[in-house]
Design a protein around this ligand. Structure first.
Ligand SMILES: [Zn+2]
Length: 303
């Protein structure tokens, strides 16, 4: 697949390591039942189905994904809430031992809109401390639960000395926002959008067809490869560790593996490349939130 060269955007093309036209980041958000507990944080009902479907992740799904990556010799980035690591202390060492990256993902998978700046900082510091304790090394990256960020969170990521955040989608290659390196994500290539189904009347839409999703993901990857971008796939332990989804990922990985000019790398490796390459500082933007439109609105009812 040749690179599309007619780039009329005012931004220069992103530069990947020599011989590579694009990059693929395979990421796993090891949420297990932490979002379930966060959503019910004041009172958990005396029922098992919703929690068991998610416990499948740390019991089986995570290991199916680890074995899958090993079959392709792909290294991935795993984002683990502190609570999941605390209650399953074997998880972080198992991931690190197999050569993958582990990154921060909140403590209780706190949803940004639900917490104060102070609460966010407390969760970030507590999860950082736990990661150091369990792995013997400081994590280098953060990914926000449900991919929301605030200017305060960006400042805290920087203050803690983390190399990057991976929660926003302002470019489809790495960029700098408020001085923090952003390794972008994309909802269209997140398994939860298509396959998150928990039962118990909590679901907003039905399960999607794996064939249709595979076709869309493959097309997104192919085209991003032509554009020279970063394909960030996000899957979850309890969702994509299921049999049919492993088959789907195998088909996608067969195609990525066959294309030698794709750089399959962890987010930590991509962050390192960004910092030491000509890309550094080239894609710097401000995260400034604009003022409300307020009185400038046209034709308001009260005019
Ligand atoms: Zn998550």
């Amino acid at each position: 697949m040749t690179k599309v060269s007619h780039n009329s955007s005012p931004w220069p093309a992103y530069e990947w390591p020599a011989g590579k036209q694009s990059a693929a980041l395979l990421s796993v958000d090891v949420d297990a039942h932490s979002p379930f507990l966060w959503s019910l944080r004041d009172e958990v009902p005396d029922r098992l189905a919703g929690i068991e479907i998610r416990r499948f992740g740390p019991r089986t799904g995570l290991y199916r994904l680890l074995d899958l990556f090993e079959r392709y010799d792909f290294k991935a980035s795993f984002y683990v809430p502190g609570f999941v690591a605390e209650t399953n202390p074997e998880i972080l060492p198992a991931i690190v031992e197999r050569g993958h990256e582990v990154g921060l993902h909140g403590y209780f998978h706190e949803i940004v809109a639900d917490v104060s700046d102070k609460e966010f900082t407390g969760a970030l510091e507590a999860s950082h401390e736990l990661f150091v304790k369990q792995t013997g090394a400081a994590p280098v990256g953060f990914r926000s639960p449900a991919w929301e960020m605030t200017p305060h969170m960006l400042r805290e990521v920087k203050r803690l000395g983390l190399a990057y955040d991976s929660s926003l989608s302002g470019f489809d290659h790495p960029y700098d926002v408020d001085g923090v390196l952003e390794i972008p994500v994309q909802w269209a290539v997140d398994d939860a959008v298509f396959f998150k189904f928990e039962g118990g009347g909590r679901d907003k839409w039905p399960l999607q067809s794996g064939r249709a999703v595979l076709e869309d993901w493959t097309s997104e990857w192919r085209m991003l490869h032509r554009f020279g971008g970063l394909f960030t796939l996000t899957v979850h332990d309890w969702i994509s560790g299921r049999a049919q989804r492993i088959a789907l990922l195998e088909e996608l990985f067969d195609k990525i593996k066959a294309e030698s000019s794709v750089w399959v790398a962890t987010a930590a490796e991509i962050a390192k490349h960004h910092a030491s390459s000509a890309n550094s500082g080239r894609f710097a933007v401000a995260g400034a939130i604009p003022a409300a439109i307020g009185p400038r609105r046209f034709g308001r009812a009260d005019d």
